[in-house]
Design a protein around this ligand. Structure first.
Ligand code: UT7
Length: 333
């Protein structure tokens, strides 16, 4: 084998059955379908109800089950499981370990990765480095969140945005000129004040006080986050395009994190890419944090073909952000 690349050889996802519409949100807080559609672009989101199942591991298990079926994967061949999530089933053990156990990936070493909405591209970055090192050949990347459990349903600034969902991607080593080609990953750790959930960690461990102060839910300064999301995602995408000779013509798809339709449109416009090349499913799932990009790839899988030039880009708490350029690994099955 010549130069080793890490390529996605299968993608799957799972979203819970319960559909929470804008009409339902409007009965909980002072908002409207028109405001949410115009300002964010979300029509409905999925919510994991206790009657269906609990924890992000429940959704991951469904996604992995489907992925194993689609790829004829022997789960025992998977050597590592990386789970990008901000809502693991428990603080410990890690969610990846339990997901691996459930799916029979019993020869894998497993860990969670915390990078909020950038979790999927960060996890791809790590999996890619493991594979190109030559030491590992098959890695399962899981990415998703049950944001409904950390959403403040009395805050109209945040509660319409979030939903639940999880994706799964199988990465394998290949000698072909496909898979992950290049990436730019960035972090600015001086942004706690703009996007956070400050309760439940070692600074503010769970207590009556943290519950009373609503510190176990996401808070954000939406306008600041919005501006950083647009400029940082588009800057990394433009840099990635320039150094890989990608143009609006030869770039086939952009897969942006789904936080706000207006952010997605602004990033595509700064990249000079027409909207028909941008994967968007925010209207039906909302922002599922680490889950948005794999859920888009899962939705669009029938339209993807071997060698298609794709840029993934995300922005989230941290701040974390980045962009990954990959050539798709297979034709529709
Ligand atoms: O995935 C992690 C990264 N997160 C993001 O990327 C999110 C980035 N931020 C955003 O997407 C947007 O900033 C929001 C969707 C959160 C908010 O949109 P905005 O256009 O920035 O609205 P705003 O915060 O400036 O609020 C404008 C007005 C305010 O009223 P006043 O003060 O002008 O009277 C808000 O109180 O809209 C009001 N408002 C609402 N009205 C109806 C805020 N939320 C709502 C609502 N329904 N749900």
């Amino acid at each position: 084998m010549g130069k080793i690349h890490a390529v996605i050889t299968g993608i799957s996802g799972y979203v819970p059955k319960y559909v929470m519409t804008n009409e339902e949100i409007s009965q909980i807080v002072d908002t409207s379908d028109e405001w949410i559609m115009t300002r964010i672009g979300i029509k409905e989101r999925r919510i994991l109800k206790k009657e269906e199942g609990s924890g992000v591991g429940y959704m991951a298990a469904k996604a992995v089950e489907d992925l194993i079926r689609k790829t004829n994967l022997d789960p025992k061949e998977v050597e590592a499981v990386i789970f990008a999530t901000s809502t693991p089933d428990y603080i410990m053990p890690n969610a990846a370990a339990m997901a691996a156990h459930r799916a029979g990936m019993t020869n894998a070493f497993c860990f969670d990765l915390s990078a909020a909405c950038s979790g999927f591209i960060y996890a791809l970055e790590v999996a890619n480095a493991y594979i190109v090192s030559g030491k590992y050949k098959k890695i399962m990347v899981l990415a998703g969140d049950v944001l409904s459990v950390i959403t403040n349903y009395t805050d109209r600034n945040t509660c319409p945005i979030f939903g639940d969902g999880c994706g799964a991607a199988l990465l394998e080593a290949t000698g072909e000129e496909i898979g992950i080609m290049d990436s730019i990953m960035r972090t600015d750790g001086n942004s706690l004040q703009y996007l956070n959930m400050i309760g439940g960690g070692s600074v503010n461990p769970a207590s009556h006080e943290t519950v009373d102060k609503n510190q176990h839910t996401i808070w954000q300064d939406g306008k600041v986050v919005y501006k950083h999301a647009v400029s940082n995602m588009s800057d990394t995408c433009v840099e990635l395009m320039q150094r890989n000779n990608l143009t609006k013509e030869n770039l086939d798809w952009v897969v942006p994190h789904q936080a706000n339709r207006r952010i997605i449109d602004a990033v595509a416009s700064r990249m000079g890419v027409s909207s028909d090349k941008v994967m968007i499913n925010i209207e039906k799932y909302g922002n599922t944090s680490a889950g948005t990009i794999p859920l888009c790839l899962w939705d669009w899988e029938p339209l993807l073909y071997k060698g298609a030039n794709i840029i993934l880009t995300a922005f989230g708490a941290g701040f974390t952000w980045g962009a990954t350029y990959l050539k798709w690994g297979y034709d529709p099955k």
